[in-house]
Each structure stands twice: as C-alpha cells, then as structure tokens.
Write a protein that binds this ligand. Structure first.
Ligand code: HEM
Length: 481
C-alpha cells in the first residue's frame, strides 16, 4: 500500500490536508467536548487576560474604534447596529430573512439605510472568526459582546445560525418612515409595538447618527475627537445604560431622532411616544431596562430564517479542557497535552490538581495520574454582567506519555486545596470523553513549508473508543498524506 518510515506493523491511510490537528472530539448536549459550544463558550467567557478572544479587544475600552480614533464612533455601536440590520429583513409570515449574514452582500450594503458601519463590522469580526461557527453567529456574538462588555445585561446566547446564500429583500426601517410603516415593519420582523419601542431604546443607547452618513439629520461637528460628527443618542454613548430613556422622559435628550430639526426624520420620537410613553416609562428603572433589553436582544439575535435550528444556550463550563492534543509520537507512544480552565478559582499555592484517566478498555490504574502545573500569569476574567470579580485559572497538562495500546478514553480531575480531601471534577459523573480514533502524528510538525505541508495522522485500528473494545488486539497506523 503506502510504505513509510513510521509504518511498522501498520496499515496505511489517506487523509485530507484539512484534518483538525488534534484529537477529534465529539459530543451531544453541552457536556464537553462539543466543538461549536466549546468555541462559543470561549468567545463569551474568555474576555480578559490569558487566552483573551478577539472581540473583547475591540471593546477595551468601550469607546474604541478601529477605523480612526478621532471619528467619534465606536466598534460597539457598529456591531450592535449591524446585527439589527441583518435581522430586520425577517418576514415572520414566510420565514424568510433574519440574522443570516446576508448583510455581507454588496447589494444590502448599498441600501439607503446602510452605513459604512456594516463593512467596518464585517472587516473586524471576520478576522476574529474561526471555522467552528458561522458569520451570522459571529454577527450575533459581536452584538452580545458589545452589550455585555459595555455595561449591559447578560444576553442568553445560542449558536448554530446559517449564512444566507443571497441578499434578503429590502425593508429595514428608515428614519423618515411613518409610525404605521415602523409598526408594520416590526410586525413583519416578529415584534409587537411595545417590543419595537423597547428594542429601539435598547439599540439607541449606544452610538448615534453620523453627520458623514446622514448630513440632513446630524449637524457637522468641529470637535477634533468627533470628526464624523457623531450626534450621540444620549450623554453616555459608549455605555449600555438607560440614559436614552431617562433623558428622553425628562425632556433633556440630545437624540437627533427625537429632537432633530426635521420632524420627518424624528423616528425615535414617533416610536417612543406611540403609546403615550407608557413603555418608555416602564424602562425608567435601570433594572427594568436591563431585563427588557436582555429579552429583546435575545429575541432579535434568535430571529433566524425558517428551518435554522439553534443550539442550546451557551452556559459556562466550570472545568474546561482547552487545546487538548493527543499526538502519535515517533516512538509509537501517544502523548497528551493541553490546558484546563477552572472557573472562579482563587490562587492557592497549596492546591494540587491531578488528572486521572481510563484507558480505551475503560480501566483505570494507579499509575494513570499526572499533576497539572500552574503559571501565575495564566489567569483570565469572563467579565460576565452581574457577576463581577470572577477569576479563572488555567492549569497546564504537562506532556503525558501513554502506551498506544492502552491509550485513553476518559479523564477527570481531583482538586486538593491542601486540606487533605480532594474534590472530584468529572462533569457530574459523565467524565471528560476523548476520542483517539484519529490523531495527528508528531512528524507533521517537521515540515519546513507552512502553507503546503503533509499532515500525518494515526488511525487507531481499534473500534471507535466511544464504545470501548473488549479485547486489546492491535496498534496505531500512520502514513503521510
Ligand atoms: C425604526 C427603527 C430604527 C431606525 C429608523 C433607526 C435609525 C438609525 C439611524 C438613522 C442611525 C444612524 C446611523 C449612522 O449614522 O451610521 C442609527 C444608529 C444606530 N442604530 Fe438605529 N434605527 C432603528 C432601530 C434600531 C434598532 C432596533 C437597533 C438595535 C437594537 C438600532 C441600533 C442602532 C445603533 C447601535 C446605532 C448607532 C450606530 C453608530 O453610532 O455607529 N437601531 N439608527
């Protein structure tokens, strides 16, 4: 077949070069591992410090703008507006449109309601993206991250959106629309009049109207730090607070969609006052505003085309293995490396954390144990709204050499805080499952050419270890691609 230096008693195989360069992981509900949910969990909860994700960097601080520090604009506002406009094509009657990344199409970006904010958003977030989730998930994630990191409430987040193949029909509201046009438009999107008032208030707490885009609405600015002439909706344009509501109710608002000189484009005034301010009054307390916005923004980002099934809400994992790699080594052994994030853990020099495992036959043994190490700089913060002060620690799984015949099928942790009685972390008895059906061979890394390199993988000749075999009969087989 394919003779090769690694091939001893081995069967050959061929593999696509796109193979994932680590153990192939599989799961169902949100029990680790789950490639989509694990990745989204990191996007949502690794926001500061060690292993920080890209989106939070764009929001630190919240008035940060990647396309010109003096323009007076923010990434946060661009990202939130983009999510709304992508969703606002939804038609509840036929299930078309919704949050599906159709906003990436040139045609949608040329529509009258559009601004360069959509292009800005997509330029940034696609760089922070990866293969585990869609662009539409990323658009939703960017909006949620903006809100949660800039003072807003926690928004339940679900992944699994699919990207549209073509632009959606026009119909996103414009400021010159009549009240009836807006009510009809939001009804088509699936929102009641009360929800429309709430959602516009939740959206218009960030950012403002740019003179550069809507010169007939926003006046020019001479301020050196606001060259786009961003007429802010409220006095704290980079904070997700309810000032947009309280300033409106007290008659002190600066929102140019309320007090603009041209009545025709005062859409926020028409919308906010459309039920005699009843809904706006109900949002006057910060708590009510947060609760309402959390619900409405979740509904907004979960408005997806018919047929798209969203996964469950991503909750944080208390113990999360990270970048786990099971590697087939030259000497025929397997090597396990990786890290583990422990949620809400103070530093304790007396703490000892051990990883323990079962082999692929499902057996545990006294020697199946290794101690994790901790580096004091490996600390992160999830910055979860309403849960301040949480700190996560990342421990390292130092390389563990495994007999390839015995391998590994499941692991768990014992945490001894120095008080003598270790506690067990095993996903509530489920254990942390690891598949060794296909693993990368360490010879892969020897390639000199980073763009076109052969990936060598080892395929286990055991039956899949998701069903541990009763006999240990064979070995691993490698061959270059
Ligand atoms: C009738 C409905 C709405 C109308 C007519 C409307 C209109 C506008 C206009 C004209 C701008 C200025 C855009 C620019 O200068 O680039 C704007 C900005 C914005 N809108 Fe809306 N909007 C509506 C609803 C919403 C909703 C529901 C949300 C989100 C939940 C939202 C979020 C935003 C944000 C965050 C900005 C600030 C953008 C920035 O500063 O870069 N809008 N809106």
């Amino acid at each position: 077949m394919f003779p090769h230096r690694h091939q001893t008693r081995l069967l050959p195989f061929i593999v696509a070069a796109t193979i994932i360069a680590s153990a192939i992981l599989c799961a169902q509900a949100y029990t680790w591992p789950n490639p989509l949910l694990d990745e989204l969990e990191s996007q949502i909860y690794d926001r500061e410090g060690y292993h920080v994700r890209g989106l939070p960097i764009g929001l630190t601080p919240c008035n940060r703008f990647f396309f010109g520090a003096n323009k007076g604009r923010t990434n946060a506002a661009d990202w939130l507006r983009t999510a709304y406009h992508d969703m606002a094509t939804h038609n509840i009657r036929d299930g078309s449109g919704g949050l599906d990344a159709s906003i990436r199409f040139f045609e949608e970006q040329q529509r009258p309601e559009a601004s360069d904010g959509f292009r800005n958003t997509l330029t940034v977030i696609t760089q922070f993206s990866n293969r585990y989730y869609s662009l539409s998930d990323n658009i939703a994630l960017a909006a949620v991250t903006s809100i949660e990191m800039c003072g807003g409430p926690k928004i339940p987040f679900r992944g699994g959106r699919l990207d549209a193949a073509a632009p959606n029909k026009p119909g996103v509201p414009e400021p010159q629309g009549s009240l009836k046009a807006h009510i009809d438009s939001f009804a088509r999107q699936g929102f009641t009049q009360e929800e429309m008032i709430g959602l516009v208030a939740c959206g218009h707490t960030l950012g403002g109207v740019q003179h550069s885009t809507f010169p007939e609405i926003a006046p020019p600015s001479t301020a050196p730090d606001n060259t786009d002439g961003n007429a802010r909706f409220d006095s704290q344009f980079d904070q997700f607070d309810n000032k947009v509501v309280t300033e409106y109710l007290s008659g002190k608002t600066q929102n140019v969609l309320v007090v603009g000189k041209n009545q025709t484009t005062n859409s926020d005034l028409r919308i906010f006052s459309s039920d005699r301010n009843r809904t706006m009054q109900s949002l006057a307390s910060p708590k009510a505003f947060r609760t309402t916005c959390s619900k409405l923004i979740a509904k907004m980002i979960d408005t997806v085309p018919k047929g798209v099934k969203l996964a469950e809400t991503v909750d944080f994992l208390r113990v999360k293995p990270y970048a786990l790699e099971l590697t087939y080594m030259d000497d025929g052994s397997l090597q396990l490396t990786g890290e583990v994030r422990f949620w809400d853990m103070p530093i304790n020099p007396r703490r000892k954390i051990s990883i323990l495992w079962r082999d692929r036959g499902g057996k545990s043994a006294r020697q199946y144990i290794s101690t994790l190490t901790f580096n004091r700089t490996h600390v992160s913060k999830p910055l979860v709204p309403d849960l301040p002060g949480i700190q996560n620690l990342w421990y390292t799984i130092e390389p563990i050499k495994l007999d390839a015949k015995k391998s590994i099928s499941e692991f768990w942790f014992e945490i001894d805080e120095g008080r003598g009685k270790p506690r067990v972390e095993n996903q509530n008895g489920k254990g942390f499952f690891i598949s060794d059906d296909v693993v990368v061979a360490n010879s892969t890394c020897l390639s000199p050419d980073a763009f076109d390199f052969p990936v060598t993988v080892a395929v286990s000749s055991f039956p899949s270890n998701s069903k541990p075999p009763s006999t240990e009969s064979n070995d691993f087989h490698t061959d270059p691609v």
